[in-house]
Design a protein around this ligand. Structure first.
Ligand code: AHN
Ligand code: ZN
Length: 329
């Protein structure tokens, strides 16, 4: 009886201390007791808006050049070491793009490094628009382009306020979205997408550059976005998919990060994996039952700010910060 009472008291105390601990350590992760900064969704949203305000960021246009300057300056203002890698890249239709991969690094001395990336260019064609008259319209790319970059700019802002323990490199890849429209697609145009990341993977900004793993954000801003386990990601970096999806689940974001297999997507992570040799995953919004496999706005003139949802940005940004700040050197 006394033992039972004692046990009861012990349990009571334990439960109290647990409640107390949870309250005090709201921003501490149970696993490692690292302090995780709070992702500002308003800041991320503003960074997306800012990019969209330049207009479509199609290579060889003024808006593209202006946005490149903005992105490099922003990273510098957040105390990243910035390298702008310039290249003349040949498109499937014989054009030469003046492309810029914009790279910002933190903790340069750290050997253990994580690579975060997104494409910053936007597609010159709304080739999936319901109105064929819009096919040659440059798209605004609020989601397809600006969303991933906006979240990573906010992540960079946080890195400046509190350094993670590991090294982090952020790359904004150019010329991802100049891939051949379906009506021109042949076997030869398979590699017409992701020109900036292909170039970087063959010409790293630092010879011999390595990272433990990479995470690509692509179309991560739409309302009720669904991130399935993309197949190329699971093939090359299953443990990273597990890590990210488990982290999202423990934060209560399982409605976004769905622990089921999605499609296999040709995207920047393919080249970072296959040529760059860095195990990398793609967090990308897929609509498995839609005609294109993506959201209704995809490669249409409707890829605008109206589709950007702060709840989705919060799920992605918060998950990413937890993953990075939990990494040990
Ligand atoms: C293809 O449609 C081949 N890949 C999709 C990659 C992409 C385009 N992501 C955004 N825009
Ligand atoms: Zn696209």
């Amino acid at each position: 009886m006394r033992n039972l009472l004692f046990l009861g008291l012990l349990m009571f105390l334990f439960s109290c201390s647990k409640v107390g601990k949870t309250n005090q350590t709201d921003n501490l992760d149970e696993k490692t007791d690292v302090e995780i900064p709070a992702f500002s969704v308003d800041s991320a949203f503003a960074f997306i808006q800012k990019q969209v305000d330049f207009g479509p960021r199609v290579p060889n246009t003024k808006a593209h050049q202006d946005c490149a300057n903005f992105l490099a300056e922003k990273l510098k203002s957040f105390q990243a070491e910035v390298i702008v890698q310039e290249a003349d890249l040949r498109t499937f239709d014989g054009k030469t793009l003046k492309a810029k991969n914009i790279i910002g690094s933190y903790n340069l001395e750290a050997k253990t490094r994580i690579l975060l990336f997104a494409h910053w260019d936007t597609r010159p064609w709304a080739d999936h628009d319901s109105d064929p008259k819009n096919y040659d319209t440059h798209i605004l790319g609020a989601n397809d382009g600006a969303s991933g970059v906006g979240v990573l700019l906010e992540v960079a802002r946080q890195f400046n306020l509190q350094k993670p323990e590991v090294g982090v490199d952020i790359i904004f890849f150019d010329a991802e979205d100049y891939g051949a429209p379906d009506k021109f697609a042949t076997e030869e145009t398979t590699h017409s997408w992701c020109l900036g990341s292909q170039y970087w993977a063959q010409n790293k900004h630092k010879p011999g550059y390595r990272a433990k793993y990479g995470i690509l954000l692509d179309m991560i801003g739409a309302g009720n976005a669904k991130f399935y386990r993309e197949q190329v990601s699971d093939y090359y970096a299953k443990y990273v998919v597990d890590k990210v999806w488990n982290q999202a689940e423990s934060l209560g974001f399982s409605a976004y990060f769905i622990n089921q297999t999605g499609g296999a997507i040709t995207d920047d992570h393919v080249y970072v994996n296959q040529i760059g040799g860095i195990p990398s995953i793609n967090i990308i919004h897929q609509e498995l039952n839609s005609e294109t496999g993506f959201g209704h706005y995809w490669h249409t003139v409707n890829d605008t700010m109206e589709n950007i949802d702060k709840n989705t940005l919060n799920a992605v940004g918060t998950t990413l910060l937890h993953v990075i700040y939990n990494e040990k050197p």
